[in-house]
Ligand binder design. Structure first.
Ligand SMILES: Nc1ncnc2c1ncn2[C@@H]1O[C@H](COP(=O)(O)OP(=O)(O)OP(=O)(O)O)[C@@H](O)[C@H]1O
Length: 551
């Protein structure tokens, strides 16, 4: 502690100076610090500026990278928004339509329910009233059914009567004549004998639907024009369809139980096979199951037959087919297999049956259910058929071809479908079903026989009426393509099928088979080109004439 008086004053003076110094030092320090602070502020400001600049640069860089992405995201977002909006709209539409549907279902449901309730009520009412009313109603229905059936039977009989009358008017045996067009091979055949020209000229003309004119122009003789009349004449331009249309009604008759035979005959190359089968060759004998422009009678008949059968499902008859070839007086079963199980045409014999008729013994019948099946069999048979080129044409059939279709419906008390029964019921169903008498001799061939004409007597009508009650239909349809009748001189050689079988020029050749039973048959032949008068030597043109169709 400073001493009181002078000492204290020095002390305080010292102390003041000390403090002044300290103050000064502090003030200096403050100035220093302030300067330092200002410097620091400056540095800070500089640093801030740098940092801000860096950040801005970074941000710019970042923005530069992200902008396209953001653009994509934005457009995707817009699309999504739009899709979501569309979905929303669709959902709304769906909701409203389902509401509508629900409402309509509910209404329907209520309608059905009320109908059911009504039906139940009506049923209940009926249950109470029917036991009293149903016998009368059933009786009424039965009566009307009887009336309708009777009317139907009457109409059916009327149709048959009319068809029969028409057939009678047209003739039970009808001969139609077809003149084929001149073909290139006619010129070839002409060459050796024609001195003036190698170009064929038609000498057979269809004057009208029933008349044929033949120019008989023999060297050294005056020209004679001959006319022949037929039930129908087809000119060279007439189509296969036109020819078939005339024989088509016979298939209805066949289903009614009439035996039918459609036979083509005429000289070689005149177009018998073309008319019956259509264009075909042995290498490719398949026949079209659907009729085409130039399809012949047989494929068309098959299609029509099965079409008619399908029209009446209740009828469903059994259809059997046999195919026979007659060649050189021998009969071959073209559907039979030999011992090696190969279809090669097995030889058969014609023997008398126990009923005293003639029949091909052991003939093969195959059941068919469609036109295609039928035509496959025919195609197979054609492959086996004997052919040989002649001077007239290369694909000449050397044999008779007989295709037999047998139709049989089951017996029922009133007929299977109520239809009248077959007038041909008693005819052969198939030769193979009739036992042949062993040791019988073959019938003599070579004799001419007139084709059997069905008698239309009162007795036959009665017989048919009696058969009607059995309600069974059984009939045969025979489709025959005969070998050509020909002039040996013109064709280069006699046809092997002809010796002993019949007249070589014109006329119906004798076939050892009975083509149709003697009664209640329709016998129809469609033929092509045959020489009506004897062929004058060297005038081939007169042979381009045809006739056929017998009913
Ligand atoms: N109307 C026709 N239109 C066109 N070509 C036909 C006609 N008729 C027959 N032909 C043709 O004439 C040729 C001989 O016909 P097809 O084979 O039918 O005669 P065919 O009388 O059966 O002879 P063959 O008795 O010798 O067997 C065949 O090439 C056939 O295509």
């Amino acid at each position: 502690m400073p001493v009181r008086g002078g000492r204290w004053e020095g002390f305080w003076e010292l102390r003041a100076r000390q403090l002044q110094r300290q103050l000064q030092a502090k003030e200096e320090r403050i100035v220093e610090l302030e300067t330092e602070n200002a410097l620091l502020h400056l540095k800070l400001a500089e640093s801030w500026e740098v940092t801000r600049r860096d950040r801005r640069a970074e941000t710019h860089a970042l923005l530069g990278e992200q902008m396209p992405r953001r653009g994509h995201s934005l457009s995707a977002l817009t699309r999504l928004c739009r899709a979501a909006q569309k979905l929303k709209q669709e959902m709304e539409a769906l909701q409203s339509s389902s509401r509508g549907l629900l409402q309509s279902y509910q209404e329907e449901h209520w309608d059905c329910l009320s109908e059911i309730v009504q039906a139940v009520q009506t049923a209940q009412l009926h249950r109470e009233t029917l036991p009293r009313a149903w016998p009368a109603e059933a009786g009424r229905l039965e009566q009307s059914l009887r009336d309708v059936t009777e009317r139907w039977q009457r109409e059916l009989q009327e149709r048959r009567r009319l068809q029969e009358a028409l057939a009678e008017l047209k003739g039970n045996i009808r001969v139609h004549c077809r003149i084929r067009p001149l073909l290139p091979f006619d010129d070839k055949a002409q060459e050796p004998v024609s001195q003036n020209s190698s170009v064929s000229r038609g000498v057979v003309h269809a004057v009208d639907d029933e008349t044929v004119l033949v120019e008989c122009n023999r060297p050294g003789h005056p020209l004679i024009n001959k006319t022949y009349t037929f039930e129908r004449v087809y000119g060279p331009a007439e189509s296969q369809r036109a020819v078939f249309e005339d024989v088509c009604p016979l298939l209805t008759s066949f289903l009614d139980g009439y035996n039918v035979c459609i036979m083509a005959y005429g000289q070689t190359g005149s177009g018998k096979s073309f008319t019956m089968l259509g264009p075909h060759c042995q290498e490719e004998p398949a026949l079209p199951s659907e009729p085409r422009g130039d399809t012949g009678i047989i494929p068309r008949a098959a299609a029509e037959l099965f079409r008619l059968i399908s029209e009446d499902a209740s009828r469903s008859p059994e259809v059997d087919v046999s195919i026979v070839e007659v060649y050189n007086n021998d009969i071959f079963d073209l559907l039979a297999n030999d011992s090696c199980r190969v279809a090669s045409g097995v030889k058969r014999q014609v023997l008398p049956t126990q009923q005293g008729r003639k029949a091909v013994c052991g003939l093969t019948y195959q059941s068919v259910r469609s036109a295609a099946q039928f035509l496959t069999l025919v195609g197979g048979g054609l492959q086996l058929r004997a052919k040989q080129p002649t001077a007239v044409h290369a694909e000449s059939s050397r044999s008779h071809l007989v295709i037999t279709v047998t139709l049989a419906t089951a017996t029922s008390p009133r007929g299977r479908s109520g239809r009248p029964s077959s007038p041909a019921l008693q005819s052969d169903r198939s030769a193979s079903t009739e036992p042949c008498r062993p040791g019988s001799r073959l019938p003599a061939t070579g004799r001419r026989q007139n084709p059997p004409v069905p008698p239309r007597t009162r007795g036959h009508r009665l017989r048919r009426a009696a058969l009607d009650t059995l309600g069974q239909v059984r009939a045969t349809l025979q489709l025959v393509d005969l070998a050509g009748s020909e002039c040996a001189g013109e064709c280069g050689e006699p046809a092997p099928g002809w010796p002993g079988l019949g007249a070589p020029t014109g006329g119906v050749p004798q076939c050892p088979l009975s083509l149709a039973p003697p009664s209640w048959h329709r016998f129809s032949t469609e033929a092509q080109s045959v020489s009506p008068p004897r062929c004058p030597a060297g005038s081939r043109q007169c042979h381009r004439l045809s006739w056929g169709d017998v009913q």
